[in-house]
Write a protein that binds this ligand. Structure first.
Ligand SMILES: [Fe+2]
Length: 310
């Protein structure tokens, strides 16, 4: 090739690359604009992360974050038990875990809505060196790092409510309970919601579960006053209740009224493998006008964990 022809070739190649770049930016922008205008949207429900610095947990959580970013939903809802854990009141460790969680969750390319789990309560156990006067006690540390423990927001005509389903017993254990102050807040929140607006509720401790019927055992795995919460939704278009805590994967449909999903977990059995023989993963939920659909996404942690253990 002559020197002149080589120059022409290089110039043409550079021009072609610039044009292709512009085309692909325009294509992505058009896709974004179409998504913004449509009533359809997607979100993920990702629960029981139990982040810790060991057990290769940061590798596993990062794999989930990468998979969520690849799916590119509009936002992320978490289902609580974000860290492992703050219950025993070790200030330094609890701070480092919330810092780790907060920093890692910045890796999501979309907004993240955080939910409180029992393991995120600070210093509530009997053996804790800290007491009720500590500013981080119970909900305090979660609030300091991540904000309110219950709140709501609207998205494309849907109303999302994230609840705090935890309280502390007199003998210093946690219990599934939606406290009175929050019930009053919920009543007021719903006053602003039209009874045709589809509503999604997130709770760490399940309101409803098949767990005890399938698994047996003693103790409750559900919210004590779930009926009081449901009573507030009686005349509303409740579409979906998203639940965490038991690392149990289930779904159900109640009275032509609402679906419930318990969302498996990211941590499995304390990062050592499957819990209840359910793979680590999260729910990818699509909203197409008023129709919901979902799938459980395995982000590949089991394979990776086994490889790391070799
Ligand atoms: Fe939990």
């Amino acid at each position: 090739m002559s020197r002149m022809n080589l120059c022409k070739y290089l110039l043409f190649s550079a021009l072609f690359a610039v044009l292709m770049g512009l085309f692909s930016v325009a294509h992505v922008t058009a896709q974004g604009a179409a998504k913004a205008q449509s009533n359809s949207f997607e979100f993920v429900f990702l629960t029981d992360i139990h982040i810790r610095p060991d057990m290769n947990a940061p590798i596993g959580f990062q794999m989930a974050i990468d998979e969520v970013n690849r799916l590119n939903p509009d936002f992320v809802l978490t289902g609580g038990d974000l860290i492992f854990d703050a219950l025993r009141g070790n200030q330094q460790r609890s701070d480092s875990l919330f810092t780790l969680y907060k920093n890692m969750s910045k890796g999501f390319n979309m907004p993240v809505y955080h939910c409180l789990g029992n393991h995120d309560l600070f210093a509530i156990y009997e053996e804790s060196p800290e007491g009720e006067n500590h500013p981080d006690y119970k909900y305090g540390m979660f609030e300091r790092y991540l904000g309110e423990t219950y709140y709501s927001f609207n998205y494309k005509g849907w109303h999302f409510i994230v609840l705090n389903s935890l309280d502390v017993t007199e003998d210093k254990r946690y219990k599934g309970f939606v406290h009175g102050e929050q019930l009053q807040w919920l009543k007021n929140d719903l006053k602003e919601v039209d009874n045709t607006t589809p509503v999604v509720v997130v709770t760490h401790i399940p309101f409803i579960s098949t767990w005890k019927f399938v698994n047996g055992g003693s103790g409750t795995r559900t919210v004590e006053n779930a009926d009081e919460v449901f009573a507030l939704f009686e005349n509303y278009n409740l579409k979906l209740v998203l639940q965490g805590h038991i690392h149990w994967k289930e779904e159900g449909f109640v009275n032509d009224w609402f679906h419930f999903i318990t969302g498996g977990s990211i941590a499995g059995n304390a990062w050592k493998g499957r819990r209840h023989n359910t793979r680590e993963g999260f729910f990818y939920i699509k909203v197409n006008d008023a129709v919901l659909s979902w799938e459980y996404v395995d982000h590949g942690w089991e394979k990776k964990r086994l490889k790391l253990a070799e």
